[in-house]
Design a protein around this ligand. Structure first.
Ligand SMILES: NC(=O)c1ccc[n+]([C@@H]2O[C@H](COP(=O)([O-])OP(=O)(O)OC[C@H]3O[C@@H](n4cnc5c(N)ncnc54)[C@H](O)[C@@H]3O)[C@@H](O)[C@H]2O)c1
Length: 421
C-alpha cells in the first residue's frame, strides 16, 4: 500500500475481488505474461516514471503489473468517467500501483485524476483518447521537458495527436499503438464487436434476432459490431460517409443508406464513427417510438445528447445504464450508458484475449521508447513492424497454431521480377 495519497478509488475493500478477476484475465493474456516474465528479469524500466491514462479494467491491471515488474514507477488514471472497474482499481492500489479512477466520476474529478497522474512527473505517457497528453500540452506544459515519449491506444487519440503534430505543437514522440495490425484488426474489430453487443445486452436484455440494427461508421469497430449483430440474427443497416467503406459494407452483405432514412426504421442505433453529432436532432425527430441509442466510439459526442435533452419533456432511469427520454411528441427514446462507450459502461470492455495483443504492443513500444530515448523526433510514429510481427507470432504460439514458412526458392521468387508467364 502506498503511504502518500496519490490515489483515489471508490472502495479499498473491493481489492480481493479485483485480484481474483485480474488473475482470471491473466489466463487469457499469455503474451503479456511472457513479456511480463522477461521485463521482470531484465528490468528495462528501472526508475522510469510512467503515467498511464487507460480504462481501469482487469486487463489494464495486467499491463500495469508487467510494467511495474519491469522496474517502472507506474501511476494510473481513468481514460473515461464510466469505464472504471472499481474492484480492479482497488486491487491495483493494493498491489502498490497508485490508481485514480472511480466509476461514474464527474468531469471535474476525471480531470483531477489526470492531474494527479501527471503530478508524478512522467517520463513516459500511455494514453487512450489523448486527454492526458492534451492536459500535458496545455495546463501542465512545465512537465513536458521530462517526457521521453508516449503511446496512444485508440483511433480517436491518434487522430487528435496527428492534428497536434500537424500544427507543429507535439512536444515529444508518440507511438500510435492503435495502428498496429495486431491491435486494430482484433481489438477494434472483434473486441469492440463482441463487447458492444455484450454491453447493450446487459443494459437492456433485448433479443437481437429480428431487430433492425443501424451501425454508424464501418471502420474497424463498426465492422465488428455489424458482423456480430448479423450473427445474432439482426437485420443490419450500415451508415457511412466514406465511399470505399460504404462499398465494402454493401458487398459484405449489409444494407447501406443515409441515416436520415434508416432513422425511421431502426430499432437499435449504434455509433462507432469517432465523430461528432453522427446521430443528430433531425434523426432523433424521425425515430420510431422506443428506439434504443448506444455509442461505442471513444467520446460521448457521437449522439447529440443536448438535442435529445431539448426534445424531451421528461427523463427517467428505467434500468441501470438505460435512460428513458419521453419526448414532447409522445415518443420514447432510450439512451444507454449516457452515450459513453457502452461496452465499457455496461459490460467489461474487450475480452482479455484481444487486450493481450493490444497491451503486448503497449509494453513493447514503451520498452522501444526507453531504448531509443532522444533518438526520435516529435512525431506520431507507427508501431515498429518487428514488434507487430512478434506479437502475432507469440499469440499464434500461445494458441498452439503453427504456420508455414517460405522455402528459399519462394523467397527468391517473391523478391525477383524476372520470372513471368
Ligand atoms: N468502445 C471501445 O472499446 C473502442 C475500441 C476501439 C476504438 N474505439 C473508438 O471507436 C471509434 C471508431 O474507431 P475505428 O477504429 O472503427 O475508426 P475508423 O477510423 O476505422 O472508422 C470510423 C468510420 O466512421 C466513418 N464515419 C465518420 N464520420 C461518420 C458519420 N458522420 N457517419 C457515418 N460514418 C462516419 C468513417 O468514414 C470511418 O469509416 C473511435 O472513436 C475509436 O477511438 C472504441
Amino acid at each position: 500500500m502506498t503511504t502518500t495519497k496519490n490515489y483515489d478509488i471508490r472502495d479499498p475493500s473491493l481489492a480481493s475481488d479485483g485480484k481474483q478477476r485480474i488473475e482470471w484475465a491473466s489466463y487469457e493474456m499469455p503474451v503479456v505474461k511472457l513479456i511480463r516474465e522477461r521485463l521482470s528479469r531484465e528490468k528495462p524500466f528501472t526508475g522510469v516514471r510512467i503515467s498511464a491514462c487507460l480504462h481501469i479494467t482487469t486487463e489494464t491491471a495486467n499491463l500495469a503489473l508487467a510494467l511495474k515488474e519491469g522496474g517502472a514507477d507506474v501511476i494510473l488514471c481513468a481514460s473515461n468517467p464510466l469505464s472504471t472497474q472499481d474492484d480492479a482499481a482497488a486491487a491495483l492500489v493494493d498491489y502498490g500501483i497508485p490508481t485514480n479512477a472511480i466509476k461514474g466520476e464527474d468531469e471535474a474529478t476525471y480531470y483531477k485524476h489526470i492531474s494527479t497522474a501527471l503530478d508524478n512527473k512522467p517520463q513516459l505517457t500511455v494514453d487512450d483518447g489523448a486527454d492526458l497528453v492534451t492536459t500535458l500540452h496545455t495546463k501542465r506544459k512545465d512537465l513536458i521537458e521530462n517526457v521521453i515519449g508516449g503511446t496512444e491506444e485508440t483511433t480517436t487519440g491518434v487522430i487528435r495527436l496527428r492534428s497536434l503534430e500537424k500544427e507543429g505543437n507535439l512536444k515529444y514522440p508518440i507511438i500510435a499503438v492503435n495502428d498496429a495490425q495486431t491491435k486494430y484488426l482484433f481489438d477494434n474489430r472483434y473486441g469492440t464487436g463482441q463487447s458492444t453487443i455484450d454491453g447493450i445486452t446487459r443494459a437492456t436484455n433485448i433479443l437481437w434476432a429480428g431487430k433492425r440494427v443501424v451501425v454508424c461508421g464501418y471502420g474497424w469497430c463498426g465492422r465488428g459490431i455489424a458482423l456480430r449483430a448479423k450473427g445474432l440474427g439482426s437485420h443490419v443497416v450500415v451508415i457511412e460517409v466514406e465511399p470505399v467503406r460504404a462499398l465494402e459494407a454493401a458487398m459484405d452483405g449489409f444494407q447501406v443508406m443515409p441515416l436520415i432514412e434508416a432513422a425511421k426504421e431502426g430499432d437499435i442505433f449504434i455509433t462507432a464513427a469517432g465523430d461528432k453529432n453522427v446521430i443528430d436532432e433531425a434523426h432523433l425527430k424521425v425515430m420510431k417510438n422506443r428506439a434504443i441509442l448506444a455509442n461505442s466510439g471513444h467520446f460521448n459526442v457521437e449522439i447529440n445528447i443536448p438535442a435529445l435533452e431539448s426534445l424531451a419533456r421528461n427523463k427517467r432511469r428505467i434500468r441501470t445504464f438505460v435512460d428513458e427520454y419521453a419526448l414532447k411528441d409522445g415518443r420514447l427514446l432510450y439512451l444507454l450508458g449516457e452515450g459513453r462507450l457502452i461496452n465499457l459502461a455496461a459490460a467489461e470492455g474487450h475480452p482479455a484475449s484481444v487486450m493481450d495483443m493490444s497491451f503486448a504492443n503497449q509494453a513493447l513500444c514503451l520498452e522501444y521508447m526507453t531504448k531509443n530515448k532522444g533518438k526520435l523526433e516529435h512525431k506520431v510514429y507507427p508501431v515498429p513492424e518487428e514488434i507487430d510481427k512478434q506479437v502475432a507470432r507469440l499469440k499464434l504460439n500461445a494458441m498452439g497454431i503453427d504456420i508455414d514458412t517460405l522455402t528459399p526458392e519462394q523467397e527468391k521468387y517473391l523478391n525477383s521480377w524476372q520470372e513471368g508467364t
